[in-house]
Write a protein that binds this ligand. Sequence first.
Ligand SMILES: O=C(O)C(=O)Cc1ccccc1
Length: 321
Amino acid sequence: MSAPTASATARYAYLGPEGTFTQMALDAWGPSEGAEQRPCGSVDAALALLRAGEVDGAMVPIENSVEGGVSATLDALASGDPLVVVAEVLVPITFVLAARPGTPLEQVRAVGTHSHAWAQVRGWMDERLPDATYVPTLSTAAAAAGLAGDGVRDEGEHAAYQAAVCAPVAARNHGLEVLAEDIGDNAAAVTRFVLVARPGRLPGRTGADKTTLVLFQRDDHAGGLLELLEQFAVRGINMSRLESRPTKASMGSYCFSVDIEGHVLDERVGEALLGLKRVCAEVRFLGSYPAAHGTAVRVTPHTTDEAFAEARSWLHSLRTT
Ligand SMILES: O=C(O)C(=O)Cc1ccccc1
């Protein structure tokens, strides 16, 4: 099937409200003029709309260069009705500290934001607001909205924090004052977002592709993880992410969430999947899609499609003569 492109009539859910980094990723992914954007309060809510068929795709954060994997997304994709990643987007992140107009920095005792944003401004906070406590919110823009009193249930309800860490656009949207700009500890911080769809849209091969898998072991035994990893190693497949997540079935039971370089249509990836299928209790295929960096995967001479085809025809000749 063809690679997905943003379509004017399509409907996309995203981790909202308006002004999140996830919305920036959705805007950066495709020309969304005419396309419907549906902000959702959580990653789970966005994926539920997708599973229910109410939207055609959902943009969600999956990983960032400072804090690692976004557990809510990894877990939601590892269970429930199958979904697949059809595109990835990298967004450079710039954080501001915003407050209701007239709030001096000294009056900030608590700060609201998304857990991944907090992890990226911890150094700045330690230096400038060492006594401030952290109040987790479902997104950075939700923290800004809560501060401004926008969208709160009860008129009298006020946020339990005096400042929010959010994108400059979220501060603007809610009429907040920026107390400090560029407060991220790592200027090179990047977050990776994925566009998820219901299965049935396998993006074409580009030569610079990634495949995402969740691997469930049959049982817990010595060398179990090695057994999974060697399926990639012997076929010259590089991994770009590996995380263990609890399966939630029992204490100590983990599955492995993995990104590898290559497309399911590549022979070496197909062969690795066959190997994994034999040794795993379950292999969940979460899609093959173009890598955002666009750099072609380096393939060693003995793991090209041609090398596999040649070996297969040699075996066939042994069996048929
Ligand atoms: O809360 C947001 O704006 C998001 O899109 C999630 C997030 C939070 C922090 C860094 C990157 C993405």
